[in-house]
Design a protein around this ligand. Structure first.
Ligand SMILES: *[C@@H]1O[C@H](CO)[C@@H](O)[C@H](O)[C@H]1NC(C)=O
Ligand SMILES: *[C@@H]1O[C@H](CO)[C@@H](O)[C@H](O)[C@H]1NC(C)=O
Ligand SMILES: *[C@@H]1O[C@H](CO)[C@@H](O)[C@H](O)[C@H]1NC(C)=O
Ligand SMILES: *[C@@H]1O[C@H](CO)[C@@H](O)[C@H](O)[C@H]1NC(C)=O
Ligand SMILES: *[C@@H]1O[C@H](CO)[C@@H](O)[C@H](O)[C@H]1NC(C)=O
Length: 665
C-alpha cells in the first residue's frame, strides 16, 4: 500500500466514522473491516517468527464472525509466513468451568511427532463456543501453552461488564492450562467500532502467586484499544508475564523420597533439594515440599498416568521431583526442566562366600614363595650339616636331626639351642638368621591383614554370570522399561526375568544378608543406603555386597511440571547457569563428605558393639589350631613308630637282619 493509498483509506474511514456514526450497521462490512484490521495489526506487530498458527473454527456463528475469519485467513495466507491449521471442535466435553483438580487426563490424542503451535487465533461470538473450542485445542497434540493467543470475542453488549465477565472466564480457563500469553479483544459497549484489548497479570506477587485456585476475576488490564481498526497506543500487547521477584511466594513441590536426592529428613544430604531451593531463591520463591510415597508413575492410557505424575496431573503441586530421570513418555505429556546432576546405575550382587579360615595362613605368599621357602629349608639344613662336618663343629651341630631342627627354629624367628662353635658355621648362621628374620617379619606383617580381611571365593563379576547364576534380580519399575521387550536377546532375557522392587533397603538386605537377590541401582542411592543400614556391613566394616565396576548406564535427572508451566523456561536457564558454574560437582562432593562422616559414625558404632578392640576369634586362628592338631597327631604317630622301633622284639629282628646281611656279604 502506498502512502497515498493509506491516506485515502484513512480519509475514507474518517469520513465514514463522522458522517455515519450511529448509522453504521454493526453487522455490516465496515465493522467487519475494522475488526479484521485490528486483529491483523496485532498479528503483524506481535507474531514475528514464522511458525504454526492454529486458526479456530466453530459452526453456528454470526455472518460477521464468518466474514472476519475469511478475511483474516486470506491475509494470513497471502503473507506465506505461517503454516495454518484450522481446528474445529466436535463432541468435546466442557472443560473450562468443571473442577479440573481431578481431571487426571491430560489430552486425548496419542503422541505424534508434530510441531507445537506457536500462535492461536480465535474469532468467536459467544463464550459458549469458547468453552467447547478450548476443550478441543487444549487436549490436542499441537497444544502449546507457551504460544501467543489472540482472541476476538465478537459480542455486542450494552454494558461492558458483561464482556468483562466473559473475558475473565476465558483468561481463567486458559490459565488453568498454563496459557498466559493471551489477549482478548471485545467490542466496546457504547461504540461498537472500537474494541478494548484486555489481558491480565496472572503473577502479581505477593498477593497472586499463581496458585491453582486463582482466577482473572477483577484483575483485567486494558492493554490497548482499537479505534475503528487502528491501534490506539503503539505498544506491545504481549508483555512478559513472569516477574523475576516473586516476593516470597510459596510454590508447592511434590517430592518423591529418593535418597540422597530428596528426603523428608532435613538433616539428610538432600542434594537435589539444595539445588532446587537455591534456584527458587533466585526468583525469591520458597518451596513447600509435600512428600509422597510411591514412584514417579507410568502412563496407563492415552493421557492418563499413575503414581506421582497422577498427583501432578490433578494439581496437587506445581513441580514433581526426586531423582527422576528423563523418559520419552513423560516428555510427550509433561513439561520438564533441563537435566542436572547425574547418577550412575550398576548391578549389586551378594559378596562371594569367604574362603575357609585356614586358607588365610597359606595365601599370604604366592605359591612360588612357598616352594622356595621349602626348598630353602632343606638346602639350609643340608648346608648346615655339610659345613659342620667339614669344620668339625660340635657333635650336636653335626647331627642331621639337629641341623634341621635348628633351621626350623631359626626360620620361625627363635634362637637355636646351641650356637655353632666354628667360625665358618657361625658366618653361615648369621646370614641364615637375617634371611629368617626377613621371612618371618614379612609373614607376620601380612598375617594380620589377611586374618582381618578374609579372602573370598569366586565373585560374580559380570551381568552374564549373574544371569547364569540363577539368582533373582531386578530393581525399580522404571528401570524395567529399559529391558522390557528389548530387541537385544540378552536384554530381553533380563527384562523377562526382572523382579520389581518397592523398597530398596529391603532389597539390599536380600542381597547382602539373605543372598538371594541382585539389584540394579544407583550408586548414589547405594552409598546412602550403605551409610544408614548397618546390616550391609560386617563386623570390621567391609560391605557384604559386591558392586560391578562397570556402570550399566548413567543418567542425569530432571524436574517435571504440567505442560506449559510458565516458570519452567526461567528455571531451566537458572539451572543451566548453575551447571556451568560447577554446581553438579559441588553437590556430589557435598554428598561424598556427608556420607563419609555418616559412615565413620556407623563404623564406630559397629566396632563399639563388638567391644573396644576387635579380638581375633577362634575362627581367625583356625589355621593355627589346625597346625597344633596336626602336631598332636604326627607327634603321636612318631611316638608309636619310635616305641615300635625301640621294642625288644623289633630290635632283635633288626639285629638278626643285620647279622644275616653281614653273613651274606
Ligand atoms: C446450531 O444452531 C442450531 C439452531 O440454533 C442448533 O439446532 C444446533 O444444535 C447448533 N449446532 C451446534 C453444533 O451448536
Ligand atoms: C488459594 O490458595 C492459597 C494457597 O494454597 C491460599 O493461601 C489462598 O487463601 C487461596 N485463595 C482462595 C481464594 O481460596
Ligand atoms: C511386549 O511384548 C508382549 C508380547 O510380545 C506384548 O504383549 C506387549 O504389549 C509388549 N509390551 C510393550 C510395552 O511393548
Ligand atoms: C523400607 O523398608 C525399611 C525396613 O523394612 C523401612 O524402615 C523403610 O521405612 C521402608 N521404606 C519405605 C519407603 O517404605
Ligand atoms: C530372600 O530370602 C528372604 C528370607 O528367606 C525372603 O524373605 C525374601 O523374600 C527372599 N527374597 C527374594 C527376592 O526371593
Amino acid at each position: 500500500m502506498s502512502v497515498d493509498k493509506i491516506f485515502l483509506v484513512n480519509v475514507v474511514i474518517f469520513i465514514q466514522v463522522h458522517i455515519s456514526d450511529g448509522v453504521v450497521n454493526p453487522f455490516g462490512p465496515t465493522v467487519v473491516n475494522d475488526y479484521t484490521n485490528c486483529i491483523s495489526k496485532v498479528i503483524d506487530n506481535e507474531f514475528h517468527e514464522p511458525g504454526l498458527l492454529i486458526f479456530a473454527n466453530t459452526n453456528n456463528v454470526s455472518t460477521s464472525v464468518t466474514r472476519i475469519r475469511t478475511k483474516l485467513l486470506k491475509r494470513l495466507h497471502k503473507e506465506i509466513k505461517f503454516s495454518i491449521e484450522i481446528m474445529s471442535p466436535n463432541n468435546e466435553v466442557e472443560i473450562c468451568d468443571l473442577d479440573n483438580y481431578n481431571l487426571g487426563v491430560l489430552h486425548v490424542d496419542v503422541y505424534v511427532a508434530i510441531p507445537f503451535a506457536n500462535y492461536f487465533v480465535i474469532i468467536i461470538d459467544s463464550y459458549t463456543d469458547f468453552s467447547f473450542l478450548a476443550s478441543k485445542l487444549i487436549r490436542s497434540r499441537s497444544w502449546n501453552p507457551f504460544a501467543k493467543f489472540i482472541i476476538l470475542l465478537f459480542n455486542f453488549v450494552q454494558d461492558d461488564k458483561v464482556n468483562i465477565d466473559y473475558v475473565e472466564r476465558v483468561l481463567s480457563c486458559l490459565f488453568k492450562y498454563n496459557a498466559i500469553n493471551v489477549i482478548i479483544a471485545v467490542p466496546k459497549a457504547n461504540n461498537f467500532r472500537n474494541a478494548i484489548i484486555y489481558s491480565w497479570r496472572p503473577y502479581d506477587p505477593p498477593k497472586y502467586c499463581g496458585y491453582f485456585n486463582e482466577t482473572a476475576k477483577d484483575r483485567l488490564v486494558v492493554q490497548n484499544m482499537c479505534e475503528s481498526g487502528v491501534l490506539k497506543h503503539d505498544r506491545k500487547v504481549f508483555d512478559n508475564k513472569i516477574p523475576h521477584d516473586m516476593e516470597g511466594c510459596v510454590i508447592e513441590v511434590l517430592a518423591l523420597q529418593r535418597h540422597p536426592f530428596i528426603s523428608d529428613d532435613e538433616y539428610d544430604a538432600n542434594i537435589e533439594k539444595l539445588m532446587i531451593d537455591a534456584m527458587l531463591k533466585r526468583f525469591k520463591m520458597k518451596a513447600r515440599y509435600n512428600f509422597i510415597d510411591g514412584y514417579r508413575g507410568e502412563r496407563e492410557n492415552v493421557g492418563e498416568w499413575n503414581g506421582g505424575l497422577k498427583k501432578l496431573a490433578s494439581k496437587s503441586g506445581h513441580l514433581l521431583l526426586g531423582g527422576i530421570f528423563p523418559d520419552f513418555d513423560v516428555h510427550e505429556d509433561f513439561e520438564t526442566s533441563v537435566t542436572y546432576l547425574a547418577d550412575a546405575y550398576t548391578w549389586v550382587v551378594p559378596r562371594a562366600h569367604k574362603s575357609a579360615a585356614w586358607v588365610a595362613l597359606v595365601i599370604i605368599f604366592k605359591s612360588l614363595v612357598w616352594y622356595s621357602v621349602i626348598a630353602g629349608f632343606f638346602l639350609c639344613g643340608i648346608t648346615w650339616k655339610i659345613i659342620a662336618e667339614l669344620s668339625e663343629d660340635s657333635d650336636y651341630n653335626r647331627s642331621f636331626r639337629h641341623c634341621f631342627l635348628n633351621t626350623w627354629i631359626t626360620v620361625l624367628g627363635f634362637v637355636s639351642y646351641l650356637h655353632p662353635v666354628k667360625e665358618s658355621l657361625r658366618v653361615f648362621f648369621v646370614f641364615l638368621n637375617i634371611y629368617c628374620m626377613l621371612f618371618s617379619t614379612a609373614y607376620q606383617t601380612k598375617l594380620f591383614e589377611v586374618l582381618t580381611n578374609p579372602s573370598y571365593e569366586y565373585q560374580i563379576q559380570t551381568v552374564e554370570e549373574l544371569v547364569e547364576s540363577g539368582l533373582k534380580f531386578g530393581g525399580f519399575e522404571e528401570l524395567h522399561d529399559l529391558f522390557y521387550n528389548s530387541t537385544d536377546p540378552f536384554d530381553y532375557r533380563i527384562g523377562d526375568q526382572w523382579t520389581d522392587i518397592t523398597n530398596i533397603t529391603e532389597a539390599m538386605i536380600d542381597v547382602a544378608v539373605h543372598r538371594n537377590f541382585s539389584l540394579l541401582c544407583s550408586r548414589l542411592e547405594l552409598a546412602h543406603i550403605s551409610g544408614i543400614t548397618p546390616e550391609l556391613s560386617d563386623s570390621v566394616g567391609n560391605y557384604k555386597y559386591y558392586t560391578f565396576t562397570d556402570n550399566v548406564f548413567s543418567v542425569p535427572i530432571e524436574t517435571i511440571a504440567l505442560r506449559g508451566f510458565p516458570f519452567m523456561m526461567e528455571f531451566s536457564t537458572t539451572i543451566t547457569i548453575f551447571k556451568q558454574s560447577g554446581l553438579n560437582e559441588g553437590l556430589r562432593q557435598h554428598f561424598a563428605h556427608f556420607n563419609e562422616r555418616r559412615r565413620a559414625r556407623q563404623l564406630r558404632a559397629l566396632l563399639k558393639e563388638k567391644s573396644d578392640v576387635n579380638p581375633l576369634s577362634s575362627e581367625h586362628l583356625q589355621g593355627g589350631f589346625l597346625a597344633l592338631a596336626l602336631g598332636y597327631v604326627s607327634g603321636t604317630l612318631a611316638l608309636i613308630v619310635e616305641v615300635i622301633v625301640n621294642c625288644d622284639y623289633v630290635q632283635n629282628k633288626f639285629a638278626n637282619f643285620k647279622r644275616r646281611v653281614n653273613l651274606l656279604s
